[in-house]
Design a protein around this ligand. Structure first.
Ligand code: GLA
Length: 741
């Protein structure tokens, strides 16, 4: 290739007309794929730079901090002397399998004639601007030998430094093409070292982090559980470049797959010491038969990158999530009293009416009725029976939900209710009537999880049924103000009586779920809804489009919660975190409440059993929360002292105007004389402003040990800091900082 052949075109997202013209020029006139084309996908601070090489293949030549001059991206590839990759496509933007590729593919297919090879060559690309901040790049790739296309999409949220990436795979052959792998995204990063922080866990042990250096080979994060897919690990992770990033320093990518089912994320340190990240639906037991003219749209892989540490990356993600994804992400939330741990299945109308009065007494916005209110032939008196029979149990609730809604109205609180519509207990009328709606292998012994099966949401009749569970409640009781949507079981014995092709089940299940949620949101666009899955078994940014919040874990021991909430907070903003004060743990009610306050506050306790002081404390805390929630829900989160590295945890929220701050501090160690021995430096303040500090959530008859008359400059608070005086006699401390006018 001589210089005269090489024609580099550098396009930025801003030069829309030029892009359109050149795309046409490239695809229409000179489709010989002989010119290099560089396509920077830029956000406010970062760039993912794609390049079509002179052989027509699309690769990634740069990922990281944006350069001032986009034309300089072209210099980058020649600066790396890491050796030969023997394929020329190690950096592929979407690695096809079976042609020249030698490593983990992003896509693997069997063509209609049985051939297993795929090559993908650049055809054209196009930018579409949604508004000032959002634009989408699409790049069409085509196999030169087979009528088979893949379009890569990169949706750019400029100010938030966030990109969503997905693929649309199209079969234009005459026969069926089988997809064996069909990833959403394929990234290529160059650094000296890579540090992966990922999470594992189980029920009540969600979000346990591990961070380690990636070594040569492939590390896989995945789920094969079908529903409740995050039980063992979530599709969220971080990768630091060069060295493990800290809260405020270092280069780090935060990624998450937007899919509520099986996922697979391959992290491959390749022979040239580059990192290939391939994320998508888990192809495990899920080969997909693509009919002629049919398209397969993969879910989006979401990522953000920061060269200023994990804190900045997470704040970008929070801003994105509140503005663009979580239902009513910038709105408000209902504080509540839940009866799950207060009563479990043991309640009746009178007991609930009492709890509704307690809701009012506590001062929260809503009473949430949990599991156990339904089932007649097979009453739901424990978790063995009744799931699927969504009619009020006449013994427990002879006057129905309507009566409870009215009781709530009388007490000027709202009423919410628990459902688990995707599931069925074998002892149930639903199971008797519709055995074919149940996911299970014919001819094999049943295997249950929490005594229940998963319904086959790939079946449109089941989709209608699931929609109907909520719709019927709302049609009869339009004043029901909230749903807690649970999903407790995993899929065993995956088999659908409805589907022709069994290997489609895991994919079609999730698509069926989204169809139901779409329909629900079309009819009830605003109704707040909590996403729950036996704790945090299902939370991701596809589901959160339909939900206002999620249940992080059934583990509500406040000490555990400090750690669980801390880790979730990297990926999901506080407005979406449902935290309840319960009787788990040995800590006093103040500690439990202070911990629950760092997200959306709720209670699940027997209010009538609180002694006078505890009740007074809780009532005051609810009032305090009302005046602080704007900062917690909509402000920026700064993590100040990591509970895994200190004897205490410290974090703060600051509003956009930098004049209101809430700082939470929790003792997590219990050895002698542990506590906050030095001042904790605040972040994100205005150095010029003067702040008054007030301790809130003080337990009745106690006084703050802080000097509440002092006024500190933002500069002082960020340089020296303030000591919240956390110690064994002050295990949790909540501070409110207000800027002087
Ligand atoms: C799951 C949820 C709990 C509760 C129970 C009810 O475990 O996570 O909060 O709703 O189901 O059965």
């Amino acid at each position: 290739m001589t210089l005269s052949f090489t024609f580099n075109i550098c396009l930025t997202r801003k030069s829309g007309i030029l892009i359109a013209l050149l795309s046409f020029f490239v695809s229409g006139v000179f489709a010989q794929n002989q010119k290099k084309i560089t396509i920077p996908v830029e956000t406010l601070h970062n760039a993912l730079v794609l390049q079509k090489d002179d052989g027509g293949r699309l690769g990634i030549i740069y990922f990281g901090t944006k350069l001032n001059s986009p034309s300089e991206y072209d210099f980058i590839p020649s600066m790396y002397k890491r050796g030969d990759d023997y394929s020329g496509i190690l950096n592929a933007a979407y690695t096809p399998s079976g042609s020249r590729n030698l490593v983990e593919p992003a896509i693997e297919v069997i063509h209609s004639d049985g051939n297993t090879s795929l090559d993908l060559q650049y055809v054209s690309h196009n930018w579409q601007q949604t508004d000032e901040n959002v634009s989408t790049l699409s790049i069409l790739l085509r196999d030169p030998k087979y009528a088979f296309e893949v379009t890569l999409f990169y949706k750019v949220y400029f100010k938030e430094d966030v990109i969503e990436q997905w693929s649309v795979i199209k079969n234009l052959e005459k026969g069926v093409v089988t997809l064996h792998k069909y990833a959403s995204a394929n990234l290529y990063l160059s650094a000296e070292n890579y540090y992966l922080k990922h999470y594992h866990g189980d029920w009540a042990k969600e979000m346990r982090p591990e961070e380690s250096r990636l070594t040569a080979g492939i590390k896989v994060l995945d789920s094969k559980l079908g529903t409740r897919a995050n039980l063992y690990q979530p599709p969220t992770f971080m990768v630091s470049l060069d060295k493990a990033a800290t809260e405020d320093e270092g280069k780090v990518l935060l990624g998450s797959l937007e899919w509520s089912g099986n996922f697979k994320i391959d992290l491959e340190v390749d022979p040239l010491n580059n990192l290939r990240i391939i994320a998508g639906i888990n192809p495990f037991a899920s080969e997909y038969a693509l009919q002629p003219a049919q398209e397969f749209t993969s879910p989006a892989f979401l990522f953000t990158f920061s060269d200023k540490g994990k804190g900045n990356a997470s704040r970008n993600l929070h801003r994105w999530a509140r503005k663009y994804r979580i239902l009513d992400g910038n709105g408000s939330r209902l504080t509540l009293l839940n009866n799950w741990e207060a009563t479990y299945f043991d309640f009746n109308e009178n007991k609930l009416a009492e709890l509704i009065r307690d809701t009012k007494k506590l001062g929260v916005d809503m009473f949430l009725l949990d599991d156990g209110w339904f089932g007649n032939k097979y009453p739901r008196n424990d978790d063995h029976a009744g799931l699927g029979d969504w009619k009020e149990n006449v013994k427990k609730l002879p006057s129905g939900i309507g009566y409870l809604v009215k009781e709530a109205q009388k007490n000027e609180v709202k009423f919410g209710i628990w459902v688990e519509p995707e599931m069925v207990n074998p002892p149930s009328e639903l199971y008797e009537k519709h055995p074919d709606w149940v996911i299970r292998q014919p001819g094999r012994p049943e295997h249950l999880y929490r005594n229940q099966h998963v319904l086959d949401l790939s079946n449109p009749q089941v989709q209608d049924f699931v929609f109907g569970v909520l719709d019927n409640i709302l049609v009869k009781n339009p004043d029901v103000a909230f749903f807690k949507w649970d999903c407790n079981a995993v899929i065993y014995n995956a088999y659908s009586a409805y589907l022709q092709k069994q290997s489609h089940l895991y994919v079609e299940y999730v698509r069926g779920l989204y169809k139901v949620l779409e329909k629900l949101r079309a009819k009830y666009p605003k109704l707040p809804m909590m996403l729950c899955s036996g704790g945090g078994g299902r939370v991701d940014y596809a589901a959160l489009k339909y939900f206002t919040e999620f249940w992080l874990s059934d583990n509500t021991d406040p000490l555990e919660r400090v750690f669980i909430q801390w880790e979730y907070s990297y990926f999901y903003p506080a407005i979406a975190h449902c935290n309840h004060v319960t009787d788990w743990g040995k800590q006093p009610v103040k500690y439990r409440t202070d911990v629950a306050m760092m997200g959306k506050l709720g209670f699940d306790i027997v209010v009538s059993k609180l002694d006078e002081k505890d009740l007074k404390f809780c009532q005051q805390a609810v009032l305090n929360y009302k005046s602080l929630n704007d900062v917690i829900w909509h402000g920026d989160l700064y993590r100040l002292a990591d509970p895994r590295e200190n004897e205490f945890a410290s974090l703060m929220f600051v509003n956009e105007g930098q004049d209101k701050v809430v700082m939470f501090n929790y003792l997590v160690g219990n050895r002698y004389a542990e506590g906050s021995k030095s001042p904790v430096k605040l972040k994100g303040l205005n150095p010029e402003k003067k702040y008054k500090v007030r301790e809130v959530n003080l337990y009745p008859d106690t006084k703050s040990t802080l000097d509440e008359n002092a006024v500190y400059s933002g500069n002082y608070l960020m340089t020296v800091g303030i000591n919240p005086d956390v110690r064994s006699s002050r295990t949790s401390v909540v501070l409110e900082l207000t800027a002087l006018p």
